[in-house]
Design a protein around this ligand. Structure first.
Ligand code: OAD
Length: 237
């Protein structure tokens, strides 16, 4: 990382929000030990038991009120404001901590807890309320009024958002940085190899070596709340 980068792509995962108090997925006691992926994170699970799925995401949305962004989110917001080159911040997270930390341009490739997707008219609407049925009635879509809202999160078997834009940025960036993600879920896990194939430097900032650590030219291990502000300071000089 000798030269100052001019175009950076940052990918974040659950690890960046861990120090804020949001459970990661694959840690001991993490979300995927508490719940079966097939039940709460697939279209088939939703079709089988919408009440269970809506309740799961309602609880996660409500829990956001009790957490705050941490120094890693704030540091990336500072990078957005002060970096003179191009920056694309991609997150796999469905929380809103990047935005609350001050980032104005965040690409949520796995959707957002505070967004609803209407299965009738396909409109995505900002949504901060419960989506579960109340008195037997599910809330209406603000646009078409059908009671057909689902969480606007990308489930297993579905296509993440804005992949064309992401691959275009990976092909032209000179630095790809992955923060707090296990490298267990594609397509995000493959971004490092994509960026490398186009000649980018690659850096991993993670608590421990991830599944894809060996794909990165440089890996630094420790809590995001320390590593990310340090790295941002280096980039901004
Ligand atoms: P994971 O739970 O798979 O991985 C979190 C990573 O963060 C692990 O490698 C941890 O070591 C690391 N970590 C934990 N605490 C950290 C800290 N304080 N600082 C830095 N790193 C830390 O979460 P993701 O990689 O985000 O998708 O998971 C990817 C996708 O799998 C999610 O977006 C979600 C999930 O299933 C869908 O639901 C479609």
């Amino acid at each position: 990382m000798a030269d100052t980068p001019t175009s950076i792509v940052v990918l974040t995962g659950a690890g960046i929000s861990a120090e804020s108090g949001i459970d990661t997925f694959r840690s001991e006691g993490g979300l995927w030990e508490q719940h079966r992926i097939e039940d709460v994170a697939t279209p088939e699970g939703f079709a089988r038991n919408p009440d269970l799925v809506l309740g799961f995401y309602d609880a996660r949305r409500e829990a956001l009120a009790a957490v705050d962004p941490n120094p890693a989110h704030h540091a990336l917001a500072r990078l957005e404001t002060e970096f003179s080159g191009e920056l694309l911040l991609i997150t796999q997270n469905v929380d809103d901590l990047h935005e609350r930390g001050g980032s104005a341009r965040v690409l949520h490739m796995h959707g957002e807890l505070k967004s609803a997707l209407c299965q009738s008219c396909e409109t995505r609407s900002r949504w901060d309320a419960p989506m579960s049925a109340k008195d037997g009635q599910r809330p209406a879509c603000p646009v078409c009024k059908a009671p057909s809202l689902r969480p606007d999160v990308v489930w297993f078997g579905e296509m993440p958002y804005q992949m064309d834009r992401i691959y275009a940025a990976l092909a032209t960036c000179d630095l790809f940085v992955s923060i707090g993600t296990s490298g267990a879920v594609y397509p995000a896990a493959g971004f490092v190899q994509e960026a490398r194939a186009f000649g980018a430097e690659t850096l991993e900032l993670n608590l421990e070596p991830s599944e894809g650590s060996h794909f990165f030219a440089t890996s630094r291990h420790g809590p995001a709340g320390q590593l990310v502000p340090q790295w941002v300071d280096e980039v901004l000089g």
